[in-house]
Design a protein around this ligand. Structure first.
Ligand code: ATP
Ligand code: MG
Length: 372
C-alpha cells in the first residue's frame, strides 16, 4: 500500500493523514518496517501502528472519574458492567501475514511480549477463526520489563484479556460476547464483578473497591454493555503505591503525575465521608508513601548508590537478547544486576538508569542552592 492510501483504513481524509505523518515514528521489527503514533493525536488513538499495508488500532485512553456517585451517571445510561482493572502493561496481539505480533501501549512491537505470550496463551484457533481480531489485555506479574506489581496468583508473568476489538477499526465486541468467546478459546480474562443499574452502580463499586483495597489490587474498569464507553476508578492503595514509586525517582516522574494522584485522594476522602481520625489516617498513609520512599532514594544516593527502575525477566536466552536490544535501541542505559540460568531459561535482573534523580539528588546533597 502506498503511504497516502493508509488514510482509508484509518478512516480519515488524505490531508488529515498528511498532517499525521509528521508525528509518526519509524521502526522496524525483524526486517519489517512499520510506523506508529507514539502520543495522543486528535482523531487517531495513540499506539496506532501502520504495518505492511495494515492498520493496528491503538487502545483508547480510558477516562477516569474521581467521584463515583456523579461520574458514573455522566458516562453511562442504563447498565454498567464492572470488571477488575489490573496493574501491568497493556498489550494488543494481532496476526499479520500469518505471524502473531504483540504491540505495547505506544504502538511498538515488543519482541519480548511477542515471544513470551506464545508460552502463556494459545491464540492459534482464535486467529484462525477471526483473523481480524485484536486481542487486548494486560500482562501482569513480577517478571516483566515494564511494570512491577505482584499478584499472588501469578509467579512470573500472565496474560488477562479485557477487550476484543477489530484491529483496523478498533471497534469492540460487546462485553457478554467477548467474555463468552474468550471462554470458548480458553483465553484467561480479567475478573467480572457484575452488571448493575446505573442508579445502584456507585454503591456497588464502592463496595468492590473496598474489597480490592484490602487485597492491595488496583481498581475497576466500568463499561457500557456494548463496550464502547469505559470509565476507570482506582483504589487508594494503588494511588499510594504509584506515589511511592514516583517519589523514589522524584526528578524522573513528571510533577503532573504526582499531582493527579494527590487530587484523587482529596476526592476520595470526601466521597468516603471521612472525618476526624479516618481523615487523619488517610493523610498519614499518604504522607508515608511520599516521604518514606523519597527518604530511601536520597539515602541510597547519599550512601554512594544509585536509583533506577529495576526489573526481572525470565525467558529463553534468545528472547532476553531480543529484549535487551529492543530497550537499548530506545536509548535506555541498562545495568545488569544478575544473570543466571534456571531450567533452560535466562533469568535476568537489570536496572534502567534514570539520570535526573541521581544527578539532582547528589547535587542537592552537596549543597546546591535552589533559587525559586
Ligand atoms: P493509558 O490510559 O495511556 O493506558 P494510564 O497510565 O493513564 O495510561 P491506566 O491508568 O493504567 O493508564 O488505565 C488504563 C489502562 O488500564 C489500559 O490501557 C489497560 O492497559 C489497563 N487495564 C487493566 N485492566 C483493564 C480492564 N479491565 N479494562 C480496560 N483496561 C484495563
Ligand atoms: Mg496501568
Amino acid at each position: 500500500m502506498s503511504d497516502t492510501e493508509y488514510h482509508r483504513p484509518l478512516g480519515i481524509g488524505e490531508s488529515a493523514f498528511e498532517g499525521l505523518e509528521d508525528h509518526l515514528e519509524d521502526r522496524s521489527y525483524e526486517g519489517r518496517e512499520y510506523r506508529h503514533v507514539p502520543d495522543y493525536r486528535r482523531g487517531i488513538e495513540r499506539g496506532t501502528a501502520l504495518i505492511g499495508g495494515e492498520v493496528v488500532r491503538g487502545f483508547p485512553k480510558v477516562p477516569r472519574t474521581l467521584v463515583l456517585e456523579t461520574g458514573i451517571p455522566t458516562q453511562f445510561k442504563d447498565r454498567v458492567v464492572v470488571e477488575e482493572k489490573l496493574n501491568g502493561y497493556n498489550v494488543r496481539v494481532v496476526r499479520l501475514e500469518g505471524e502473531q505480533l504483540a504491540f505495547t501501549r505506544s504502538g511498538m512491537v515488543c519482541p519480548f511480549t511477542t515471544r513470551i505470550i506464545e508460552r502463556l496463551v494459545d491464540l492459534e484457533a482464535l486467529f484462525d477463526d477471526h483473523p481480524e481480531a485484536m486481542v487486548c489485555g494486560e500482562m501482569i506479574g513480577p517478571e516483566n520489563p515494564y511494570t512491577a506489581h505482584d499478584y499472588p496468583e501469578v509467579d512470573s508473568l500472565a496474560f488477562r484479556a479485557f477487550d476484543w476489538r477489530n484491529r483496523q477499526s478498533g471497534e469492540p465486541l460487546p462485553v457478554g460476547e467477548r467474555r463468552e468467546r474468550y471462554d470458548r478459546y480458553g483465553v484467561p480474562q480479567t475478573r467480572l464483578f457484575g452488571s448493575y443499574d446505573v442508579d445502584e452502580a456507585a454503591g456497588e463499586v464502592l463496595g468492590i473497591v473496598e474489597e480490592l483495597e484490602a487485597e492491595s489490587r488496583e481498581g475497576v474498569v466500568m463499561r457500557s454493555p456494548d463496550a464502547t464507553r469505559l470509565l476507570k476508578y482506582t483504589t487508594s492503595v494503588s494511588t499510594r503505591s504509584d506515589l511511592a514509586y514516583a517519589f523514589s525517582l522524584p526528578f524522573d516522574y513528571g510533577q503532573p503525575f504526582m499531582f493527579r494522584r494527590l487530587l484523587r485522594e482529596g476526592f476520595r476522602t470526601i466521597e468516603a465521608d471521612e472525618r476526624g481520625e479516618d481523615a487523619c489516617e488517610r493523610a498519614h498513609e499518604l504522607g508515608e508513601a511520599i516521604l518514606l520512599s523519597m527518604r530511601e532514594a536520597i539515602d541510597t544516593v547519599d550512601d554512594g548508590g544509585s536509583v533506577g527502575e529495576r526489573h526481572t525477566v525470565r525467558a529463553s536466552p534468545e528472547t532476553v537478547d531480543a529484549l535487551l536490544e529492543h530497550l537499548r535501541d530506545q536509548g535506555l542505559t541498562l545495568e545488569i544486576e544478575s544473570d543466571r540460568r534456571e531450567d533452560g531459561d535466562r533469568v535476568l535482573t537489570f536496572c534502567k538508569r534514570v539520570q535526573s534523580s541521581n544527578d539532582k539528588i547528589r547535587n542537592y546533597l552537596e549543597g546546591h542552592v535552589v533559587t525559586e
